[in-house]
Design a protein around this ligand. Sequence first.
Ligand SMILES: [Cu+2]
Length: 252
Amino acid sequence: MLVAVVIGLTGCTTNNTFTRFGFPDPVTKEGNTVVTLWQGSWIAGMAVGVLVWGLILWAVVFHRKRGDRLPPQVRYNMPIEIMCTTVPFVLIAILFYYTAKDENYLDKLPKNPAVTVNVTGFQWSWAFNYPKYNVTTTGNMANPDQPINPQNKQNLPVLEIPVNETVQFNLASTDVVHAFWVPEFLFKRDVIPDHPNHFTITATKTGTFLGHCSELCGVYHSRMLFWLKIVPQQQFQQYIAQQQAQHSGSTQ
Ligand SMILES: [Cu+2]
């Protein structure tokens, strides 16, 4: 009951890193669900912690050794044994319930997403293809031996998506296992050869965010970066039209 109450109370506190328990500010509808699950799990864990620490302190202070007399022993006390089995089971059952519920929500794919992006991971960059518009952006590691300046991330491939629309990502790899990760999504998913993966998001905020590969995939894994641009719908249409005009279906 306590866990259910604290999970219920956390819905309105997603405005700073402290109340988010260190998580980044989510930029998707789905990310808000992840934050709520994370907060609920932390609060439930801390409630159990405070109770246990309190009981330990109480026992240490009020039941410390006085004289040689042994206090009454509670071995084979059936009610306590049953409670110590049932309470943890109920706790993990509640945590499992909320985790499974949110996982099902995050894995759900809409029938008609507004935008579909085929994401291809390869050693060591990304290609973003919009099948509906016949537009593809391919990152290139022209000279991977050239040291890159961490400040200068201008040559990274750009993934542009509209805000407030459902966007489905179809993930594929041409070589080894990569993983698609935008920290502000609070979500990552493996990009596996011969095993298409999918997920959907609805962005709630505009902005530019750095995307990563989060599965060690070779020497230049750390350079497998991209820019995610979440833009107003009109700007997205302009971007697509511009890309189509520049080079229909070719690389950037
Ligand atoms: Cu990779």
